[in-house]
Design a protein around this ligand. Structure first.
Ligand code: FAD
Length: 380
């Protein structure tokens, strides 16, 4: 007997992309939507929970902060949840100092070991970078050397990139540097200095995520892999937000991936870090980043007492594992070939983190809203 197609749209993956889209389709059309998520929680990486030992709200996959300059995205978020304004800063541990990132005046001073004016810092870095500007910047290493010179590259970039991506910076596409680093010569203004809005959903990510699927025409299946047989059946459309090569049964070969994981431990308060996120760019620590969520505003920014929850982020498989596709030239080529397998005008769309190398939450929400705009007229 053929199983009935009970839903108009099936969405594979209940991460941020899948849920924003599900909510938009359910509220702007009359379609019935099924969300199939293989984890036992919604939200994908954009997820937080309460640690039962300390009562601290934390993001198991590592600190996630919303930063956007997109009016529509900010309006969409703040219509759903109260946001706590929060100017996040990641610090790098360099020679027993905590240096605010992204690279700014403090980083230049730390790398060269002396105080400088912004003009002096610029002149020093430019002189260091000038010899590297004569060759093409087609890797992280070459772009970083051309933009910030050898001293800053060696102090802040090389070890960190090698540890996080598990690859020599000379093998990684330059976008990895362009998207995550950059330099200014003013004192640091934090994580995303150009974003018009930054913050955290009040209390937890659940306050944003859970209500998205709470609609009479959205059915959620947790703990289910959409590739398992029997596959979910749909009347109109399937939207896949999960890895593109796995969707196609690896028929062109696997995209090269890197795993990282976050191991959450209790640390004596006196030994715990005093800022929310620290990176270790010397590449010699067993972990390259650590997170102390008790210092985030949804835990009232309180000073930790007693034992403190700290997440140690390291390369390789482990608890709270994240797999991501390495941005290398061969991977970019293979991903493009996979995208060509998606039939134009067909009834399966591949979107979200599974098809891109990196989108932040703002871009993810923006793309999901734009896709809904495109689909709604046909589904109405
Ligand atoms: C380490 C790290 C830190 C980050 N920090 C920030 C930050 O501070 N600020 C920011 O804006 N962005 C940050 N991001 C980016 C942010 O996590 C993404 O923008 C967002 O998670 C993308 O959502 P998505 O739905 O596309 O992907 P995902 O969150 O990956 O969701 C995909 C979902 O599909 C599910 N799935 C996979 N395979 C299957 C299957 N076969 N069947 C069913 N379900 C399946 C997964 O379980 C997952 O829930 C960070 C990303 C990483 C990796």
């Amino acid at each position: 007997m053929t199983r009935p197609r009970t839903h108009d749209v099936v969405i594979a993956g209940g991460g941020l992309f899948g849920l924003v889209l599900a909510e938009q389709l359910a509220t702007r059309t009359a379609v019935r939507v099924m969300v199939v998520e293989h984890a036992h929680h919604l939200g994908g990486l954009c997820w937080s929970r309460r640690d039962p030992r300390t009562g601290v709200e934390y993001s198991p996959y590592g600190t996630h902060v919303v930063a956007t300059s997109d009016d529509r995205v900010w309006e969409w978020i703040t219509n759903r949840v109260r946001m706590v304004p929060y100017q996040h800063t990641v610090h790098a541990a360099v020679s027993d100092r905590l240096v605010p990132l992204p690279l700014g005046l403090e980083a230049v001073e730390a790398a060269y070991g002396r105080p400088m004016s912004p003009d002096e810092a610029r002149a020093t870095v430019e002189a260091d970078a000038a010899p590297y500007r004569e060759r093409p910047a087609d890797s992280v290493r070459d772009l970083a050397l051309a933009q910030v010179g050898e001293r800053l590259y060696e102090t802040f970039v090389r070890g960190y990139v090698t540890a996080q991506w598990g690859a020599d910076p000379a093998q990684l596409s330059p976008e990895v540097f362009a998207e995550r680093f950059g330099i200014s010569y003013a004192p640091s203004r934090g994580y995303r200095p150009d974003a018009r809005w930054q913050g955290l959903p009040c209390g937890s990510y659940s306050t944003l995520i859970d209500p998205l699927a709470d609609h009479e025409r959205i059915e959620v299946h947790l703990g289910r892999d959409y590739l398992d047989v029997p596959r979910p059946r749909y009347r109109r459309l399937m939207v896949v937000t999960t890895p593109i090569d796995i969707h196609f049964g690896l028929q062109l070969g696997p995209l090269q991936r890197r795993s990282l994981h976050v191991d959450w431990k209790l640390v004596e308060a006196e030994k715990a870090q005093r800022v929310p996120v620290v990176t270790f760019p010397d590449g010699t620590s067993g972990h390259y980043r650590s997170h102390a969520p008790a210092l985030l505003p949804w835990n009232h920014g309180q000073e930790p007492t007693g034992e403190v929850l700290v997440g140690f982020e390291a390369a390789g498989p482990g608890p709270n594992q994240i797999d991501f596709v390495l941005r290398t030239p061969p991977n970019t080529e293979l991903a493009a070939k996979y995208r060509q397998l998606v039939a134009t005008g067909g009834d399966v769309l591949l979107v979200g983190r599974g098809t891109t190398f990196y989108d932040d939450m703002s871009a993810t929400i923006g793309h999901a809203l734009a896709l809904a705009d495109r689909l709604v007229p046909d589904l109405t």
